[in-house]
Design a protein around this ligand. Structure first.
Ligand code: SF4
Length: 242
């Protein structure tokens, strides 16, 4: 038997995945686009760059997990609460909001080293679901994490599940923060203005971000102009609840 590598078909397969990545635009604004870097959310919605091979493959892993591994256990609940659209997953292992994430982070990481955006997402869904269904807040969620690289030692991968418990104030403070982000984001959209780079994001979000070169170039331009940041730009930002 002869093995012949076929890069042309590999490229075609990647192109097909990339077509799926963008999908249909979600209603504006939705929870994840407000939690994630607002600059990136703006670019993704209004000035998207072509999807990279890396993004396409990460997307494929996430979709594969959702569609295949958990399909029989998954129910979606989506809607709009206080002008913010959400789409929460319920995994029927306990009938609480459940999220499934895949990551290259080591399974050795403790929860404090996980992306804070996962926590904000869970808090947001807890609030949104309770308001949408007009039920008391559950103050609990479930986070299932597929560590693709395990502990960077075999066996790969590793699945870990975390039960999250919240205080009611934590949920409410997070929602207030999210609504503040909504106001900032929609104000920029109304002005056709990209939210300022490196201002509305967690630093780790810049790693592997497709817009990083653009942000660095814009930062250089701002620095050349004297680094002036319109004062209202900073004052409008709400610090995340961590
Ligand atoms: S490089 Fe950083 S600031 Fe710029 S869009 Fe990406 S995550 Fe946001």
């Amino acid at each position: 038997m002869e093995w012949v590598e076929n890069p042309i078909t590999a490229a075609r397969m990647l192109d097909d995945i990339k077509r799926e990545v963008r999908g249909k635009p979600k209603p504006l604004p939705h929870v994840t686009e407000l939690i994630n870097c607002l600059t990136r959310s703006y670019y993704n919605r209004f000035k998207p760059l072509p999807v990279t091979d890396f993004e396409a493959l990460i997307f494929m892993v996430g979709i594969g997990l959702e569609r295949v591994l958990l399909r029989p256990h998954k129910q979606n609940l989506g809607g709009e609460v206080e002008g913010i659209h959400f789409e929460a997953d319920f995994l029927d292992y306990g009938q609480i909001v459940g999220e499934l994430k895949s990551t290259r982070l080591s399974a050795k990481k403790d929860p404090g080293q996980m992306p804070q955006n996962w926590r904000k997402q869970a808090l947001s869904y807890v609030y949104a679901v309770s308001r949408y269904l007009k039920i008391p807040m559950q103050e609990a969620a479930m986070l299932a994490v597929l560590h693709l690289m395990g502990e960077y030692n075999p066996p790969f991968p590793t699945l870990k599940v975390w039960d999250l418990k919240f205080e009611a104030e934590e949920v409410i403070e997070n929602w207030k923060w999210l609504k503040g982000r909504k106001d900032i984001y929609l104000a920029h959209i109304a002005e056709n203005k990209v939210p300022r780079q490196f201002t509305y994001n967690e630093p780790y979000e810049c790693e592997n971000c497709p817009y990083k070169m653009l942000c660095e170039a814009n930062q250089m331009l701002d620095d050349m102009k004297g680094g002036a940041v319109p004062s209202e730009e900073h004052s409008r930002e709400f610090k995340p609840v961590v």
